[in-house]
Design a protein around this ligand. Structure first.
Ligand code: HEC
Length: 142
């Protein structure tokens, strides 16, 4: 079940990446591609099923990356506030910060269930809510 939900999250992100963006903002795009998206993947790996045959040392490293990812989500949310737009933009940016904060605590505690819940709730809702409002559905190329 875990893998299924996270796969859906990743699909929705891939959809966002493929979308034709109205009001294209290169700075926000770079922030997503280089900071927010890698941070989310690292954090989600904490709540996801461990890879087959993972050693204790590898698990340790995965959780350390999840902590860093959660911190980078907080930084990403703060950076998004600097690119504020009319509407609910700031609300989603703050949700990302909040998800990063509670996510950091869960990752430090290596609490897989909490990391999974936060990843699918606050973090996912921040990504998806903002993308739905600010990245309109893909325009099909003519
Ligand atoms: C406050 C708004 C907001 C939040 C929160 C947000 N995004 Fe984005 N995201 C955007 C916008 C706007 C774009 C389109 C940028 C552009 O190209 O102009 C975007 C684009 C992207 C892209 C495509 C980047 C590319 O290379 O074209 C990815 C991937 C992405 N976001 C991932 C995420 C993930 C993962 C999260 C949550 C962890 C997230 N975003 C949270 C606003 C947001």
């Amino acid at each position: 079940m875990r893998r299924v939900l996270l796969a859906l999250v990743l699909l929705s992100v891939a959809g966002a990446a493929a979308a034709q963006v109205v009001n294209h903002d290169i700075a926000v795009q770079a922030l997503m591609a280089t900071r927010v998206n890698p941070a989310a993947l690292a954090f989600w790996a904490g709540g996801n099923d461990p890879p087959e045959g993972e050693t204790p040392a590898e698990a340790e490293a995965r959780w350390a990356e999840a902590v860093k990812g959660a911190q980078a989500l907080q930084a990403g949310g703060r950076a998004l506030l600097q690119h504020s737009r009319p509407g609910r933009w700031d609300e989603y940016a703050r949700l990302l910060i909040e998800g990063g904060e509670t996510g950091e605590a869960a990752a430090r505690a290596k609490d897989m269930d909490a990391a999974f819940t936060i990843g699918g709730d606050q973090v996912y809702n921040a990504c998806n809510g903002c993308h739905k409002a600010y990245i309109p559905s893909p325009v099909r190329p003519q």
